[in-house]
Design a protein around this ligand. Sequence first.
Ligand SMILES: C[S@@+](CC[C@H](N)C(=O)[O-])C[C@H]1O[C@@H](n2cnc3c(N)ncnc32)[C@H](O)[C@@H]1O
Length: 328
Amino acid sequence: MERGERLCEAARGGDAAAVRILIEEEEVDVTYFDGEGLTPLMYAAKHGHAGVVKILLDAGAPWNALSPSSLSAGDFAMDSGHQEAFDLLVNAGVQAELVLGTIARTVRKADSSDEDYLEDRVTFSEDKLMDSDRKAVMMAWEKPLMEAHAKAVCSGGGHILNVGFGMGLVDTAIQQYAPIRHTIIEAHPEVYDRMLRTGWGDKDNVKIIFGRWQDVLSRLESYDGIFFDTYGEYYEDLREFHQHLPALLKPGGIYSFFNGLCGDNAFFHVVYCQLVSLELGNLGYSTQFISLPVKDCLGGEVWEGVKQKYWQLDTYYLPVCQLSDDSE
Ligand SMILES: C[S@@+](CC[C@H](N)C(=O)[O-])C[C@H]1O[C@@H](n2cnc3c(N)ncnc32)[C@H](O)[C@@H]1O
């Protein structure tokens, strides 16, 4: 039997001693994929052998390798209900991403950069806003999510900031709460034009700031509620925005963002939810996730004509962030 196969078999059987010998003495490659496209780590995770998962991770087995059906070791542990193995893998993922950040190159949907997207044409239809590559910038199925975000960030009233207008779903919902003031930042010229044509510039309590949020920071104030949902930006941009929260969010204010991080893989999504809440925690904010079922929003022909299904999970975890008690 091939050495890699022996490692897979030992991992599948939970034989920690054999796994150690194969790695340490026989120097078997822990990144091995067998004929079915699975790794030793996936077998250990799938069968709940937490001890072996740990040995393999310590030996450098890739936590984020994917099977032919796009499942990672963490997905296998999660699907089989192996909590201890799952926790080890989440932890490995969070630690790796803190340093490398390889998975969520994009926050929302796009894999081209903001600069490219902002110079592109966009197309509006009744149920979606698309970029020139037929990737969805925003889709109507998200309306209930946007309404829930609006409810969260408007719960204290006052002055609300929204970054990214898109189809105006969240802003329409924010208006229902009649905030004292409502500031909207939008960077795409055509989206901005459409905002003006549809009367957003004439609303008494609305102030529109045209430009990339990165370029208009000096024009911002501090707010009671903030929602962030851009397109074509990376996790690093979200992280950078979070660095400005202490200046932008009033004490007692509520911050939320579109949580599309790795929305096409359940396990990577868990890792990114933990990562973002850890990083917000380091800035003094506590994050709670409200679970919203979205399966029913995604039936039928929702994705027809759209190049990439940017969301494939059954539950949406809506983040609600506030300054932690011990930071106030
Ligand atoms: C996903 S859409 C927002 C959808 C919106 N939440 C809604 O409810 O319809 C993202 C929006 O952010 C805008 N955008 C992209 N990058 C931006 C940036 N750096 N600053 C401000 N707006 C940006 C895009 O033009 C687009 O209108």
